[in-house]
Write a protein that binds this ligand. Structure first.
Ligand code: GDG
Length: 464
């Protein structure tokens, strides 16, 4: 690459997917997703580059221009994919940062691979960045990049955003490489978290494990470098979702879907990546009991649960998939609807338009993670549901609960409490549901993903 960029995003994945066009040639298409939508305008405006893996192991490809900015592919070998990505990122850090809801595994060779891959990303970013550029590193797969990059390029302004929770000191301290990760993050000028609790956990960790001076949200890292820790709750392209949900195609698809479900009086919906942090076992048990006890009538109510396939080669995810299959099968064999099961379970991914169609017809949206950085599904539902007559049941352990206070908040570990909240959401008078939904809509309309990016980058620019 010859030209350098004044704004560089570094993320595990590139914002493009490879597609084969009609002539049989390879092409790249922007992957759907809020982060890309929010950052693309900034990339075009400032002259940007996006550094990331293109998704196929053992393949080296050249950088290219896409939609007005540069794509900088970083290669990964199959072994690195297993050790850095499936291993250290998703079987060590992911469970550790989510309150150890599954046991984190610690393997020294996974760590070596994580460090080597982080270095490769840092070198690629250092090469892509112009003098004095702003570099924004994303998420838990790349926590060593800020420090590595600062060593290579002290002239850069470096931001880091963590999309998942940052755990309390006691949990983080299990990590054999806690010091290295901490120093890695401290390489940034600004570290962003989803909620204030993440920032304060981080600052407490710095206080406990290093003897650096901290003033309010600012750590004096060394002579001339400080690192600020703050919360920037991520959001969605609210208008984009609302427009999609109002399009004639989505409205038609929503009606077809309702028909397919047997025109039930009431639809409960869950949409999650199939992940043990999302609380699926507890949620399905709670709703199953409501059907078994006759509080929900399977001839009137259907619970549609979509679980998008995710990290399928990681052991814990295989187990979860089997557990959910069994649980749903058992409940459906005990309580039957008219010509269809009480729980319609789909282990599949869908286009965004189908997601919007589902959100449209859901009377009660059930989002009950055991721990979640933010949870965008909750916000997408609020943006897409057409009338103000829906209801959102939301775990208090999702970052989104701090903003979506008018949701029916639940503790997903408390099955009886969750059952009571579900029934309340399903049976509250229309006026109550409307009042709550209006407040929720106002929140997601005010604080969008554009605001999130502006707030973060505005603060980063303002730091000396
Ligand atoms: C991490 C943090 C944080 C899901 N299935 C399909 C599909 N999706 C889309 C949803 C939503 C996204 O994926 C899931 O986002 P969440 O926020 O719910 O959860 P994570 O994937 O765990 O994301 C989380 C987030 O990062 C952002 O910072 O909020 O806490 O864990 O946008 O719509 N999209 C399509 N088909 C599917 O089948 N098209």
């Amino acid at each position: 690459m010859t030209e350098t960029a004044s704004f560089v995003v570094v993320a595990n994945r590139l914002p493009v997917d490879r597609v084969t066009n009609e002539g049989g040639q390879t092409d790249w298409r922007t992957s759907p997703g809020g982060l890309v939508t929010a950052l693309e305008p900034v990339m075009r405006q400032r002259g940007g580059a996006w550094v990331g893996w293109h998704g196929a192991p053992d393949e080296i490809i050249d950088g290219f221009e896409h939609d007005g900015y540069s794509i900088v592919p970083v290669p990964l070998s199959s072994e690195e994919y297993e050790e850095y990505y499936e291993g250290f990122s998703n079987a060590t850090l992911w469970p550790l940062y989510h309150d150890t809801v599954a046991f984190p595994e610690f393997h020294r060779e996974w760590w070596d691979s994580y460090r080597a891959v982080n270095r490769r990303f840092a070198v690629a970013a250092a090469e892509a960045a112009a003098e004095g550029a702003t570099v924004w590193v994303q998420d838990y797969q790349l926590q060593l990049v800020p420090q590595m990059l600062r060593e290579l390029r002290p002239d850069l302004k470096i931001g880091f955003f963590l999309h998942i929770p940052f755990p309390p000191v006691e949990i983080f301290s299990q990590l054999p490489w806690r010091r290295e990760i901490l120093e890695g993050l401290l390489g940034a000028d600004l570290v962003g978290f989803q909620v204030p609790g993440g920032a304060s956990n981080f600052l407490r960790l710095v206080r406990t494990r290093t003897n650096r001076k901290i003033e309010r949200d600012t750590v004096r890292v060394d002579g001339n470098h400080t690192c600020v820790a703050r919360a920037y709750p991520i959001s969605i392209d609210t208008q984009g979702f609302a427009d999609l949900a109002e399009s004639p195609e989505v409205i038609a698809e929503a009606e077809a879907l309702r028909e397919e479900l047997g025109n039930p009086k009431q639809i409960l919906l869950g949409v999650d990546r199939l992940d043990y942090t999302k609380g699926l076992r507890q949620r399905i048990r709670a709703i199953g009991e409501l059907f078994q006890e006759g509080k929900l009538d399977p001839s009137e109510t259907v619970f549609l649960q979509v679980a998008t396939p995710s990290r399928e080669r990681v052991e814990e995810y295989k187990r979860l998939r089997d557990d959910i299959d069994l649980l749903v099968g058992r409940i459906n064999s005990e309580v039957g609807g008219v010509g269809r099961p009480a729980i319609v379970y789909r282990h599949a991914g869908y286009p965004r338009s189908t997601m919007a169609a589902m959100y449209r017809i859901a009377d009660v949206m059930v989002v009950t993670p055991l721990r979640d950085g933010m949870n965008l599904v909750a916000k997408e539902y609020v943006a897409c549901h057409p009338s103000t007559n829906g209801a959102l049941v939301l775990s208090e352990f999702a970052g989104a609960a701090l903003e979506l206070k008018q949701a029916y908040l639940v503790n997903p570990y408390d099955l009886n409490g969750m059952k009571a909240a579900l029934m309340q959401a399903a049976t509250d008078p229309v006026r109550t549901r409307q009042r709550r939904m209006r407040a929720l809509k106002k929140q997601v309309e005010t604080y969008t993903i554009d605001r999130w990016a502006e707030d973060f980058l505005g603060d980063l620019d303002a730091l000396s």
